[in-house]
Design a binder for this molecule. Structure first.
Ligand code: LMR
Length: 396
């Protein structure tokens, strides 16, 4: 049976990680996959996370199965992170959350749910976006349409294009939005623009789906939830795929969450029972360690304060490296204006490098980035930034 199967293309992001691992040139630099690195180029386990894990290992008494929706304390803490403590949605039990296998797992549950239970046929996705968005919705058989997002001449949000394209989205269509730190552009709507979009969603009857994987990386945990909370004010139904991979540094523990918000508690419970059926047929129930760790950190005021400080450190380091990157490019003789990079949010910068320039960086200089021109600013350190900028200037 298998001899006729065609090889699948390498994943545009995870495939890079494999190629980087195999790279033997010692000067190699990885600006591909979205992982945080500290000033030493390491991806450490945050101290608050390590402390929670240590406590967990000492205290846990069983490896019994979790329920289909996972660790209850984790799901409750997730809702508080998304909407804010004591939000009306939480008080009225209009939200239901299931722990998921990372943000990708949550997106897949959301896609299956939208297709099977809401009979949604079409999803609107920003252009550009994280490549897996398209693949996930195609995998459930939905039509993927894109809306303009990025103006490459001004390196900013193509607001008019976005509004023109989303005006065509119909009632019942899923509209996918990046909660903050848009991947790959690093450009987010302003609060005023979020308000307009939230209003448009309510008027037109879209089913909004937030992909919220970088909370805390733009301006802070609360600030970064502005867009989602603006939607929550005006829209009675929402889907959210969240992830703690980045802000807790728990990448390989696969800590994500699928949340649905309904008009009232009774509908939420009914709809959520269907989401649980979807989960049961995919992976039955999730793994405990990562989610229990997150729950412990978020429930313990000292650990939470320590974690928030560590998250602030990560965000500030990325901001510092953005400025250094722009300054060093200038010092190395770049004549183009790269100042827009300082204004972008989160780990990524949409550098404007072409696919050919990205290929040359890899082939000639062992520098790995995504072919869309997305570079991970968190991969820059004082040790590699000069080499990186000199190489970029050579390929420009
Ligand atoms: C990324 O965009 O690099 C991350 O979200 C990792 C991934 O799964 O692609």
């Amino acid at each position: 049976f298998f001899d006729k199967i065609q090889a699948a293309p390498a994943d545009p992001i995870l495939g890079l990680g494999e190629a980087f691992k195999a790279e033997t040139r010692p000067e190699k630099v990885n600006l591909g996959i979205g992982i945080y690195k500290n000033a030493q180029g390491e991806t450490p386990i945050p101290r608050a996370v390590k402390a929670a894990e240590t406590r967990l290992l000492a205290e846990e008494k069983t490896k019994n199965y979790l329920t289909i929706d996972g660790v209850a304390a984790y799901n409750a803490a997730t809702q508080a992170m998304l909407f804010g403590e004591n939000h009306e949605i939480i008080a009225n039990q209009r939200a239901k959350t299931a722990q998921s296998l990372g943000g990708t797992g949550a997106l897949r549950i959301a896609a299956e749910f939208a297709k099977r239970q809401v009979q949604a046929q079409t999803v609107w996705i920003s252009n550009p976006t994280w490549p897996n968005h398209n693949a996930i919705f195609q995998a459930v058989g939905m039509e993927v349409r894109d809306y303009r997002y990025y103006d490459k001449n001004t390196h900013s949000l193509d607001w008019d294009g976005l509004i023109a394209d989303l005006s065509q989205a119909k009632q019942g269509d899923v509209v996918l939005l990046h909660g903050c730190c848009h991947n790959p552009t690093g450009i987010d709507p302003t609060p005023e623009q979020w308000d307009i979009l939230a209003n448009m969603a309510a008027e037109k009857g879209w089913l909004p789906l937030f992909d919220f994987a970088y909370q805390g990386f733009a301006n802070g945990l609360e600030e970064d939830a502005y867009g989602l909370r603006a939607f929550a004010k005006l829209n009675r139904e929402l889907l959210i795929a969240s992830s703690y991979s980045k802000n807790f540094g728990l990448y390989n523990e696969r800590v994500g969450a699928f949340t649905l918000v309904a008009d009232n508690a009774e509908i939420a419970n009914r709809a959520f029972s269907q989401a649980k059926s979807i989960i049961r047929t995919i992976y039955s129930n999730p793994a405990s360690h990562g989610a229990s760790t997150v729950a412990l950190v978020l429930q313990d005021p000292d650990l939470k304060a320590q974690w928030t400080d560590e998250l602030d450190e990560m965000r500030e380091r990325i901001k510092t490296m953005r400025q250094k990157f722009v300054d060093t490019l200038k010092e190395c003789g770049a004549t183009q204006d790269f100042d827009f990079i300082v204004k972008q949010n989160g780990m990524f910068s949409f550098s404007g490098l072409t696919a050919e320039q990205v290929d040359r960086l890899r082939d000639e200089f062992a520098i790995y980035a995504v072919r869309s021109g997305r570079i991970n600013v968190a991969g820059m350190t004082d040790d590699n930034i000069r080499y990186l900028c000199e190489s970029i200037v050579k390929v420009l």
